[in-house]
Design a protein. Structure first.
Length: 121
């Protein structure tokens, strides 16, 4: 098996560029976001909101994903969203958090006041 040459890689980037979303807001780990996600139920389609803290952003290009964590009825719920998915209607940044690392998995072990993220002023 041979490795792909540079022309093949350029061709992949060229095709990917067509599917990349450009109207995305800038957000990072620690930010509170609301994701408007399209859900298909039979023939009907509706938009469901998922609001929580971004605990990580991963990869780049079309494969980019971000993980959002929220507390629902006292239980932590995490959901991984593909950044350039056609099912994402829009992403709203509600609060810009002040964190010192890119992946804040330590929030999983915390509850109450220690699980809060300070807002950037």
């Amino acid at each position: 098996m041979h490795s792909p040459n540079k022309y093949t890689m350029d061709l992949i980037k060229f095709v990917e560029k067509e599917y990349l979303k450009t109207e995305l807001p800038t957000f990072k780990a620690g930010d509170r976001v609301t994701v408007h996600y399209k859900i298909k139920e039979g023939a009907k389609e509706r938009i469901q909101l998922f609001q929580g803290d971004v605990i990580q952003r991963r990869n780049s290009g079309l494969a980019a994903t971000f993980t959002v964590r929220k507390i629902s009825n006292g239980v932590g719920v995490e959901r991984i969203f593909p950044l350039h998915s056609t099912n994402i209607d829009k992403i709203e940044v509600n609060k810009i958090g002040k964190v010192r690392r890119a992946r804040i998995f330590y929030l999983r072990d915390r509850s109450g006041k220690s699980a809060r993220i300070a807002e950037k002023r």
